[in-house]
Design a protein around this ligand. Structure first.
Ligand code: FAD
Ligand code: NAI
Length: 468
């Protein structure tokens, strides 16, 4: 067995890379050790979490806002088992879709764990212990990431859970304590709050969603607070003790000498303090593939490692740990291997938090621009002034456009609001084309839509918003 390309891992990075390589005529194989394709994203990440976010949002709708529209309902009843089945069926449909696409593109699949025996040789160990060596002109490592552990806090996926366990709880915890106010903590915290949990989020830093625009983060935290999520910022969990009946969680101020420790009860503790690159069992030390201090595989601009013929993409290398970033890198490396000019523009990668309201961001934040000493103008427009948001009563949040003071080129857009994840895309396209805020402002936007808030924010850069 000899291939032009063997891809290790069939997550969004790996399977997309394999498909693009096959499209370009490379003899391609994939090695995957999970039972199903699609990696973290389809099996225990993006897809199941979005299914539960959607279902729990619908559940909350029936409890509140429908009445205001004259839709009378008796109190909704939660059937958690059925909701989990809804999620699982969604996952199944998606992973089967990937299986179909791999077949359709005539990509060979080797089930099992891969180890790189040497450049050009991938050893695959099946579940039954069987062993085979597959030869490859090129190898792409797309093995993804794993949960960051908190020292001294053991994850059993029942009481102390990672995102994986939090997507499979058998009953709604009365009290859910979330460690980490990042994207997993706030998405899954939202799911369980909507289904009835009291949620307390403990965050080391003095803000939620670090890395996102500060103003967005502050307003987002206020909104989540109004929805009932409680926050303990500048705090850290130092002990989780499972006693008979309750789990005791010790919380201390993040800085030494900043106050008293306290102990709170929780039924379930979700550890969501980030993810680390996953390279276990690949044999990287033996073949000398270099990694950085965070364990990420080091690559050049063409995704090549220091060992000839070995490449890496997705969560296992530097950059945001996002499915679409992994996919785009998969396409780029396949194109490079086929002699084309593959490329990823890291300045224009959207980032979306799928809560209600959603948070979406692209490009630089105000904090980053200040730090880089870049002079910029700000245009802001609130959803309270958008006709469609007003009539739908979904007025929380705003759009903020940051544009270069001299050239007016759009440098960043940050949206907190309904459907922000879709709204950000016109800004992504605009930024790919090097647009100015005036370009967005002069583009005709359909009325009445939420997209008009983006146009108005672009107009506001030159202080000429119409509806404000
Ligand atoms: P992965 O998807 O992790 O795939 C790696 C694959 O490699 C796995 O299937 C693994 O089994 C396999 N593998 C590992 N080692 C070996 C080996 N030695 N041999 C064979 N196979 C191996 N991102 C978004 O963009 N949007 C979201 O909404 C979103 N939601 C998320 C929600 C949660 C709860 C989590 C945990 C993550 C979420 N992410 C989201 C992040 C997203 O899942 C990752 O960025 C994405 O999956 C990375 O893709 P990848 O291909 O690099 O790796
Ligand atoms: P994260 O990096 O988004 O957030 C982790 C949070 O934990 C940070 O706020 C950090 O300050 C805090 N923290 C770290 N150590 C702590 C400690 N000891 N005590 C208290 N707080 C602590 O990581 P998260 O939420 O685990 O998600 C991992 C990655 O998965 C994300 O970075 C993202 O790339 C991806 N993801 C993307 C989603 C999306 O695109 N919608 C959804 C879910 C995950």
């Amino acid at each position: 067995m000899s291939y032009d390309l063997v891809v290790i891992g069939s997550g969004p990075g790996g399977y997309v890379c394999a498909i693009r390589a096959a499209q370009l005529g490379l003899a391609t194989a994939v090695v995957e050790k999970r039972k199903t394709h699609g990696g973290t994203c389809l099996n225990v990440g993006c897809i199941p979490s979005k299914a539960l976010l959607h279902a729990s949002e619908m559940f909350e709708e029936t409890k509140g806002h429908l009445g205001e529209m004259g839709i009378g309902l008796s109190a909704p009843k939660l059937d958690l088992k059925k909701m989990m089945a809804f999620k699982d069926e969604g996952v199944e449909g998606n992973v089967k879709g990937v299986e179909f696409l791999l077949k359709k593109n005539k990509i060979d699949v080797f089930p099992g764990a891969a180890r790189i025996a040497a450049a050009g040789q991938v050893e695959v160990t099946g579940d039954d212990g069987s062993n085979q060596v597959v030869a490859a002109k090129n190898i792409v490592i797309a093995t993804g990431s794993d949960v960051t552990r908190l020292p001294g806090v053991e994850i059993d996926e029942k009481v102390v859970v990672s995102s994986t366990g939090a997507l499979e709880l058998e009953k709604v915890p009365k009290k859910l304590l979330v460690i980490g106010a990042g994207v997993i903590g706030l998405e899954l915290g939202s799911v369980w709050r909507r289904l009835g949990s009291e949620v307390l989020v403990v965050e080391f830093l003095d803000r939620v969603l670090p890395g996102m625009d500060m103003e967005v983060g502050r307003q987002f935290q206020r909104i989540l607070g109004k929805q009932g999520i409680e926050f303990k910022l500048s705090s850290k969990v130092t002990k989780v003790e499972q006693t008979k009946g309750a789990t005791k969680v010790t919380i201390e101020p993040a800085g030494a000498g900043d106050g008293q420790a306290e102990v709170v009860d929780a039924d379930v503790v979700l550890v969501a303090i980030g993810r680390v690159p996953y390279t276990d069992g690949l044999g990287l030390e033996q073949i000398g593939v270099q990694r950085d201090a965070k364990g990420r595989i080091l690559t050049d601009a063409h995704f090549a490692t220091n060992v000839t013929g070995i490449y890496a993409i997705g969560d296992v290398i530097a950059g945001p740990m996002l499915a679409h970033k992994a996919e785009d890198e998969g396409v780029a490396v396949a194109e490079i291997l086929a002699g084309k000019a593959g490329h990823v523009n890291y300045e224009v990668i959207p980032n979306v938090v799928y809560t209600y309201p959603e948070v979406a961001s692209i490009g630089r934040t105000e904090e980053e621009l200040k730090e880089a000493g870049v002079a910029y103008n700000v245009g802001k427009f609130p959803f309270t002034a958008n006709g469609r948001a007003k009539v739908n009563r979904t007025t929380d949040g705003f759009v903020k456009v940051l544009a270069d003071k001299e050239t007016d080129r759009v440098l960043g857009v940050h949206i907190l609001g309904p459907d922000a994840g879709n709204l950000i895309m016109e800004c992504a396209v605009a930024m790919e084309f090097g647009a100015s805020s005036e370009d967005i402002a002069r583009t005709c936007h359909p009325h009445p839509t939420l997209t008009e808030a983006v146009k108005e924010a672009a107009l506001a850069v030159e202080k000429r918003a119409i509806h404000m």
